[in-house]
Design a protein around this ligand. Structure first.
Ligand SMILES: [Fe+2]
Length: 245
């Protein structure tokens, strides 16, 4: 028992000073994350107690399902920031970008240059869990032609890529950066996702991490990642995240 405990690291020692979570759904009522301002605050405060104090939160921008715009996102951001101030919470840095589904609406936003960036023109993108866009490589080219740097959210969660690691190498060659979902280190998304995340880590294909927090349950599971082994495997990625402050 004591031996097991020695391998554990509390999360507030796991995340380095200046760590920025670049993937979460903390703004109220605009996607499948926090439903209202109380939930937004509760999630932020619990993450703060786990050593995460800097957020670039990323609401979904997804066709008609979550038709968010820069305006809807900025409006909600203001609301949460004001709520934090009114609660006297001053040690949290909250910014917002988006998690863009690589669909037609995204292409339109890209043409209009109406894109929210994480920092230094990095943008967080995702694709459907069923298949990659038929024109994925054209899209990645267009994104970079516009001066943006694409970070693919949770590449380990796209089951259609699991059978062949070369898909991942091809995406990286095409200029795509990779963001590991921290919960993928557990069995939360299934064993296939966990195994793929281990493989991609071994191949050194990841660039950043994110919690992809939607709700309280995710934070309960997040506690499981606090182990010495995980810290050794992803410390370089945690430090990469500090550069996005
Ligand atoms: Fe997400």
């Amino acid at each position: 028992m004591i031996f097991l405990k020695k391998k554990q690291i509390p999360l507030n020692h796991f995340f380095p000073e200046g760590f920025v979570d670049i993937h979460s759904h903390l703004l109220p009522g605009i996607d499948d994350g926090a439903k209202n301002i109380d939930q937004s605050l509760a999630l932020i405060l619990e993450m703060r107690s786990n050593g995460i104090k800097n957020f670039i939160t990323t609401p979904h921008v997804l066709g008609d399902v979550y038709p968010n715009s820069s305006t809807t996102i900025q409006t909600k951001l203001k609301e949460v920031k004001q709520a934090l101030i009114s609660k006297g919470i001053s040690d949290v840095s909250l910014k917002a970008a988006a998690e863009y589904m690589l669909d037609e609406q995204f292409t339109e936003l890209l043409e209009k240059d109406d894109i929210l960036t994480l920092k230094d023109n990095f943008i967080l993108v995702e694709m459907s869990y069923f298949n990659a866009p038929f024109n994925i490589y054209d899209l990645l080219f267009e994104i970079q032609l516009k001066g943006y740097k694409p970070i693919l959210a949770h590449p380990e969660r796209y089951n259609f890529y699991h059978h062949d690691i070369n898909h991942y190498y091809n995406l990286k060659k095409a200029g795509c950066l990779f963001q590991l979902n921290l919960l993928s280190l557990t069995e939360h998304y299934g064993k296939g996702v966990q195994k793929t995340s281990e493989k991609l880590l071994k191949e050194n294909l990841y660039d950043f991490v994110g919690t992809d927090t939607h709700h309280q349950h995710h934070l309960t599971i997040l506690k499981k990642i606090g182990t010495k082994k995980n810290l050794k495997n992803i410390e370089h990625l945690l430090l990469n995240n500090t550069k996005l402050l």
